[in-house]
Design a protein around this ligand. Structure first.
Ligand SMILES: [Zn+2]
Length: 184
């Protein structure tokens, strides 16, 4: 049976300014790869919530991605992913090996590295190194999050259906114990 993976989107969809795999005119003109993560534009200093529970695996400064924190996260199939939070305002206050719970603050939104405005560039990769650069190890983080929130949402929906069924059944009064029809 598939596990229920309890992941979350860091911010509302309305703040997304760049989806995975998109190719802007700027990128094309500058010979850049398609976008390798998902961008959410938020003001500097906004807290970044952990997308899922996991363990801090890397804290690094990169010329391109600025301050980066990478955590592990387990998906609904038990597979481990590396989630990267990039362009943070400063070095996040964690050490490698620290545990994170879902929604725990991993750092604050910033504009470090090659970034033209304060935003979170977040990525998902099958490998730790894959977080840096456009590699085949990367996948669409946004889609991956949605796949891993479905389990818990579906479970919740099932519970609600069960409740409604119970309520409906408790209202039915069988008048006849033999044929169980009302007004028999
Ligand atoms: Zn980006």
């Amino acid at each position: 049976m598939a596990r229920v993976a309890d992941w979350r989107l860091p911010y509302d969809d309305k703040y997304i300014t760049g989806h995975y795999g998109t190719m802007s005119d700027f990128r094309r003109k500058n010979g850049m790869q398609p976008h390798s993560g998902t961008d959410w534009a938020r003001p500097s200093g906004t807290r970044i919530p952990a997308i899922a529970k996991g363990t801090v695996r890397l804290i690094q400064y990169s010329k391109v991605l600025g301050w980066v924190l990478v955590q592990t996260a387990m998906d609904k199939d038990g597979k481990i992913w590396y989630l990267g939070y990039c362009h943070m305002d400063k070095k996040p206050g964690y050490s490698v090996g620290d545990k994170l719970t879902k929604s725990q603050t991993v750092g604050l939104i910033g504009n470090s590295g090659m970034s033209s405005g304060s935003h979170l560039h977040a990525t998902a990769s099958k490998t730790l190194k894959g977080v840096f650069g456009a590699t085949s190890a990367k996948v669409d983080l946004y889609k991956l999050i949605l796949e891993n929130t479905k389990g818990s949402e579906a479970k919740q929906a099932d519970k609600e259906v069960e409740k409604v069924v119970e309520q409906v059944e408790s209202k039915i009064v069988y008048a006849c114990p033999h044929c169980k029809k009302e007004l028999c």
